[in-house]
Design a protein around this ligand. Structure first.
Ligand code: ATP
Ligand code: MG
Length: 391
């Protein structure tokens, strides 16, 4: 029996004149996501996208498709000539399949007749199929309000029978909302921040700061692994890797240690802004959240913000750590984020960082440094790595 993957996307988020553009981008993103699995026919119809599954493994395809942003849900359906006897027969077979897999006691049939030329109306289809299943199974009973399983029948050009609806992440098709630069550390927060913005259709590039050789190759590997996990959702990601050590040394030699965190944070932002401009990114993204650490008080965030002119997106700003961790587990970055390799920030960590920095004082401290020169040197030695999920 032929199977097809039905892919649903939100009608609310895809509205107006942009709709064809969003739909075509979504179609393209789905095609790109499954390309490594093999050839398959993928097309748009009835306000949905379909993948003819052929001999392919359903689960393998679902696993990658479900990560494509903009998808609300998917279902594997049997597809065949629309004929009432056949519909009853396939629906029964499918109900038995569901019985074998799960502990199912109740069911209902929901029919939708989109093809008005089909002689049997929707309620009648539901009634006939429901009756047929009841007659040919032993322990199933109908529950129209809260069934264990809903057998869906759709009659269009062909007939479709399915039950399971697997939820997607929603959001907007990737690359339909411009590009932004994610400040990606090895922590829990920044991968989540990047994922949330990417889910809104924003293409992301990443920039990471390390203090090699004070920080290890494994710390760098960890960040690249986080980028690799993000690339399951975003396709390929460019990661810019910047050595911050000379800047940290300069701060250490010329400024007060308690200003180390806020000063290096401003350098990170300025370098990210430069690279963002160069790469046509129109915003920065960070994983900051109010009050989480000393550098994330409102005063610190203000002083950090004042270092750049580009918008800074902080999608986690009002989220609790528990909620951030929940998302990081869902998107699969958590286990990598908690690996114990330090990124650059821990190398020159002050015992007591300033929690309420004043911009005028911080600007005075920066006057002691060759800010331009330090930034230029760091950018000149920067390396770019392209990360793909199948690598
Ligand atoms: P995270 O879990 O994302 O590391 P955090 O709670 O540890 O965040 P901070 O260390 O204060 O908080 O960092 C705040 C934000 O600054 C991070 O979310 C990230 O966007 C950026 N950042 C911090 N360190 C780095 C780094 N080494 N490279 C790139 N960005 C960084
Ligand atoms: Mg961190």
């Amino acid at each position: 029996m032929e199977r097809i993957l039905i892919i649903r996307y939100g009608e609310i988020s895809l509205k107006g004149l942009n709709r064809p553009y969003f739909e075509n981008t979504l179609l393209k993103n789905i095609k790109t996501a499954v390309k490594h699995i093999g050839d398959m026919n993928i097309y748009k119809a009835h306000g949905r996208i379909y993948i003819e599954l052929g001999d392919h493994d359903d689960e393998e395809i679902i696993e990658v498709v479900i990560n494509v942003f903009g998808i609300v849900s998917v279902s594997v359906a049997y597809i065949f000539e629309a004929d009432m006897d056949k519909i009853c027969e396939i629906a029964l077979e499918h109900a038995k399949e569901c019985l074998e897999k799960d502990d199912i006691k109740t069911f209902k049939v929901e029919a939708k007749r989109a093809n008005k030329k089909f002689p049997v109306k929707s309620p009648e289809i539901s009634r006939m199929v429901g009756g047929y299943i009841l007659k040919n199974t032993d322990d199933l009973v109908v529950d129209v309000h809260n069934p264990d399983v809903t057998i869906n029948i759709e009659v269009r050009d062909k007939a479709y029978v399915y039950s399971r609806k697997i939820p997607g992440f929603g959001g907007m098709p990737y690359k339909t909302s411009g590009k932004a630069m994610l400040l990606l550390s090895g922590g829990i927060d920044s991968p989540v921040a990047g994922w949330l913005v990417a889910k809104r259709g924003v293409e992301i590039e990443a920039i990471h700061y390390h203090s090699y050789p004070f920080t290890s190759d494994r710390a760098k590997e960890k960040v690249l692994e986080l980028a690799r996990i993000l690339s399951r959702y975003c396709g390929r990601i460019r990661v810019h890797s910047v050595n911050l050590l000379n800047i940290q040394k300069a701060i250490n030699e010329n400024c007060r240690l308690e200003e180390m965190t806020i000063l290096s944070r401003r350098f990170m932002m300025k370098i990210a802004e430069r690279v963002a401009m160069d790469r046509k990114c129109k915003a920065l993204i960070t994983g900051e959240s109010i009050g989480q650490v000393a550098s994330q008080t409102i005063e610190s965030l203000n002083v950090t913000n004042a270092s750049v002119n580009i918008p800074v997106f902080r999608p986690l700003i009002a989220m609790d750590k528990m909620d951030i961790i929940k998302i990081s587990k869902t998107i699969d970055t958590y286990e990598t984020s908690i690996l114990p390799f330090e990124d650059c920030c821990t190398v020159f960590l002050p015992d007591r960082p300033v929690t309420k920095p004043r911009l005028d004082k911080i600007l005075k401290s920066e006057e002691l440094l060759d800010v331009e020169g330090l930034i230029n040197d760091a950018i000149n030695e920067m390396e770019a790595i392209i990360i793909k999920s199948e690598d």
